[in-house]
Design a protein around this ligand. Structure first.
Ligand code: AMP
Ligand code: MN
Ligand code: MN
Length: 324
């Protein structure tokens, strides 16, 4: 790991043109990590662009992190970037329409924290014990001898506070990292509130409909219980992806269920499914059986077809994972 970080630092110190990519439907860890590293390289005179394969729009809550205007549409990512950095991207496929750049790039650096990462780069800094890719990026910035300032620290904090669910899943050393970020000037409430606690009023009506249809299946997941909800395109009309993504955080509060699932309709009958577990079920294993991935307690997969069939496949995968 130490050797990998040193190698990544060497590649980036020598680079004059760097493309940083987050996974599709980027979250604060993916985009915050990319923008933190991108900002540091940009200030060193490197030509930097930050992008992601889909969707076309940058999530509204993440736009303010881009203080130097580094974000470019996927169409502007060079066909063969000299140096490509993939962040928070557990597999090549998670780059979506930009996945081909992994084979055309001169050098590929992977910075990630997914246990299943196949280490698809030439240089791989993958720490599955890191709570967020942002932690891995901060280690790299330390290796590069960067002095933290507020805009960089804010990007790192955004990734850390979201992936740790407000530091619930953070080691003591990661709390020390948070202290460093605050000392660099981060305003924790100002960063966290738009990311986790603020939605347009229409969100409440959407929740009323979606949560009103939620189902509890006590016998599912080997008797540990499954709670699920479905967000159709109609439910989500006029709302941002941020509103849809946060539904699982409410569904998961049903105390009778170990596992929570939310089916989010991307296009008619195309679903992105969020899985969460309390502690006992490894939802990454479940997601992997269904072609997805993630972490032990937070994972996801995509599926097509009627919602009922996606749920039936999910029940089967849960049974396989929870039956000895
Ligand atoms: P989400 O429920 O979308 O917040 O995703 C939770 C975690 O699951 C993410 O951090 C990813 O690691 C992983 N994940 C979500 N969707 C997929 C997918 N389609 N393929 C692989 N991993 C995924
Ligand atoms: Mn992510
Ligand atoms: Mn992450």
């Amino acid at each position: 790991m130490t050797a990998d970080i040193a190698e990544a630092a060497r590649v980036l110190s020598d680079a004059t043109d760097v493309t940083l990519l987050a996974h599709v439907n980027p979250d604060a860890d993916a985009l915050g990590s990319a923008l933190a590293l991108g900002l540091v390289l940009h200030r060193r005179g490197v030509a930097v662009r930050v992008s992601f394969g889909a969707p076309d729009e940058v999530p509204e809550t993440l736009r303010d992190l881009d203080v130097a205007g580094l974000l470019v549409p996927a169409a502007e990512v060079p066909a063969a970037p000299p140096v490509l950095v993939a962040l928070d991207t557990g597999s090549v496929g998670r780059l979506g329409p930009l996945a081909d750049r992994v084979s055309t790039a001169g050098v590929v650096v992977v910075l990630d924290h997914h246990v299943s990462n196949p280490r698809f780069g030439h240089v791989n800094v993958v720490d599955d014990e890191a709570e967020a890719t942002a932690v891995v990026v901060l280690r790299l910035l330390d290796e590069l001898g960067v002095e933290l300032d507020e805009p960089v620290a804010r990007c790192i904090y955004a990734g850390l506070v979201t992936d740790t669910r407000s530091f619930r899943h953070a080691s003591s050393s990661t709390h020390e990292v948070a202290a460093r970020l605050l000392a660099a000037g981060v305003d924790a409430e100002a960063v966290s509130r738009p990311l986790m606690d603020s939605h347009p009023f229409g969100y409440l009506g959407m929740l009323a409909k979606v949560l009103g249809r939620a189902c509890l299946e006590r016998d599912a997941a080997g008797g540990l219980g499954l709670v699920h909800a479905v967000v159709t395109l109609e439910d989500a009309a006029g709302l941002r992806p941020e509103e849809v993504e946060s539904v699982v955080d409410l569904v998961r509060t049903a105390s009778e269920a170990e596992v929570a699932a939310v089916l989010k309709e991307l296009r008619p009958s195309h679903w992105s499914v969020s899985l969460r577990a309390v502690s006992r079920v490894d939802v990454r294993e479940v997601a992997q059986l269904l072609g997805g991935g993630g972490h032990r307690l937070a994972a996801g997969f995509t599926a097509t077809g009627p919602a009922d069939r996606v749920l039936a496949d999910l029940r089967t995968a849960l049974t396989r994972t929870t039956t000895p």
